[in-house]
Ligand binder design. Structure first.
Ligand code: SF4
Ligand code: SF4
Length: 447
């Protein structure tokens, strides 16, 4: 066993030692209820979790619980002992998989998931970003010299206007920062989830080490999954040489410096936030930031913010539930007279970007769109929203043609088909896929 694996074991063992088996964590778990596991069985399930941590074979219902977990962190919130139960469950899930199947099965699953994601990210980024920006993002982390590293992760590059917004905001603050990300700096989530720990150590663990090698004083994360992984599977395992915050937390801590730079002539907006709990103080930070934007009215809409820490990802197992959450949000926003839904993360943005096709009175923007605009920056086209709304595709195709050529990337009809499925099979609100499929198939035939 590696030194890293030993330290993970020690984290889980310490949780098991501190646990009083009160059962609160299992009682509040939304996904355990979703798959029909009874809250009345809480002490039994927790007993099985403790037993697995101490080396027992994983019990059947425990495996179901662990398999259903989408990382909501309601368990950690509820634990009277202050145990990070989500972290414990994440490690236990990996142990249960190790105990019930050979590592090669997980390694193949993880490699396939990674390959599929990397292909989609590479194409979508090449359709929406100039090569100079992409090269800057992909350059090796350990060679950077800036004081602050803005770490994008992989998947936000499907909606790269968000990355450009954050760069604009950090630039407006006059920071010595650099941007780093893409699949060469993956957080290793697939390998960990599939219990391929040796490969995780070469990918996610290594990415975290590379941040340290750069000498940066602070790393700002964007992706909620990367944030959760680095917090729970790296920072808690060995204290890093740098500070680690989500971008929103860092910006909220620097609100005074932002506020004096906000332009007063902002558009009037009635805003509902699409909320998720579970990743540090991100929601509270975004509320604080948006509340300070001139002419922006934040409307309160009760919603299911505790079901998952973000849309998609592990929550995609519960498609109907996610769909109901998205519908309720949009209908609630319309009933309140909102004109804007503000998204927190990129996966949520992808899920809701097409809402305008169903609810024409609603515009969907990311919180970074609002902040960058308030600073007199931003305004980067959200091509993904155009794809999802399904209307005229001319602007998006013209940009894609230009950027693909600049990046030296071509698309063929098969990759357009695969991208269409990727974009439109996600849970969420969208128009028809036909406009995207037809316009980009035509593009593929002429490149
Ligand atoms: S993180 Fe959320 S889904 Fe996972 S076990 Fe805890 S409460 Fe359940
Ligand atoms: S809530 Fe905390 S103390 Fe209670 S069973 Fe869960 S982990 Fe143990």
């Amino acid at each position: 066993m590696s030194a890293y694996a030993d330290r993970l074991e020690a984290l889980a063992a310490s949780a098991a030692d501190r646990c009083t088996s009160c059962g609160r964590c299992f009682e509040v778990c939304p996904t355990a209820r979703e798959i029909g596991l009874e809250a009345t069985q809480s002490t039994r399930r927790v007993g099985e979790l403790v037993a697995l941590t101490r080396g027992a074979v994983p019990a059947e219902d425990l495996q179901k619980w662990l398999g259903a977990c989408d990382g909501s962190a309601r368990c950690s919130e509820a634990c009277p002992e202050g145990i990070n139960v989500r972290q414990w469950v994440t490690i236990a899930k990996m142990k249960a998989l190790e105990a019930t199947r050979v590592r090669e099965v997980g390694a193949v699953n993880a490699a396939n998931r990674f390959r599929h994601m990397a292909q989609a990210v590479r194409l979508l980024a090449s359709m929406q970003l100039p090569s100079q920006t992409l090269k800057r993002i992909l350059a090796p982390a350990e060679r950077r010299t800036a004081e602050v590293l803005f770490y994008t992760g992989c998947n936000v590059l499907r909606t790269p206007h968000i990355v450009l917004n954050v760069m604009d905001i950090l630039d407006a603050l006059g920071l010595d920062f650099d941007v780093v990300g893409g699949t060469a700096h993956c957080c290793g989530v697939y390998q960990f989830q599939e219990a391929d720990l040796p490969t995780y150590e070469r990918i996610g663990h290594r990415t975290f080490q590379r941040f340290g090698q750069s000498g940066a004083a602070r790393v700002l994360t964007w992706c909620p999954t990367c944030t959760k992984n680095f917090d729970e599977l790296e920072k808690d395992v060995a204290a890093p040489s740098f500070g680690l915050d989500h971008v929103s937390e860092f910006l909220a801590a620097n609100l005074d410096a932002l506020k004096v730079r906000f332009k007063p002539d902002q558009p009037r907006r009635r805003v509902v936030i699409h909320e998720h709990l579970g990743i540090g103080a991100t929601l509270a930070s975004m509320r604080k930031l948006l509340a300070a934007v001139p002419n922006l009215e934040l409307l309160e809409l009760p919603q299911e913010s505790g079901f998952s820490y973000a849309c998609g990802g592990q929550a995609a197992k519960f498609k109907e539930r996610e769909q109901a959450i998205h519908r309720a949000l949009a209908e609630g926003a319309v009933a309140l007279g909102a004109d804007t839904i503000v998204t927190m993360y990129h996966s949520c943005h992808r899920a809701l970007a097409g809402a305008e096709a169903v609810y024409p009175q609603l515009k969907v923007v990311n919180f970074t769109d609002v902040l960058a605009e308030a600073l007199g920056r931003g305004g980067h086209p959200d091509y993904y929203r155009l794809y999802k709304v399904g209307g005229a595709m001319d602007e998006a195709v013209a940009a894609a043609r230009r950027f693909l050529e600049d990046n030296g990337v071509t698309v063929d009809e098969a990759s357009v088909q695969s991208l269409t499925a990727d974009i439109f099979n996600e849970t969420g609100l969208a128009g028809s896929r036909d406009a995207f499929a037809a316009a980009f198939t035509a593009l593929a035939k002429t490149t």
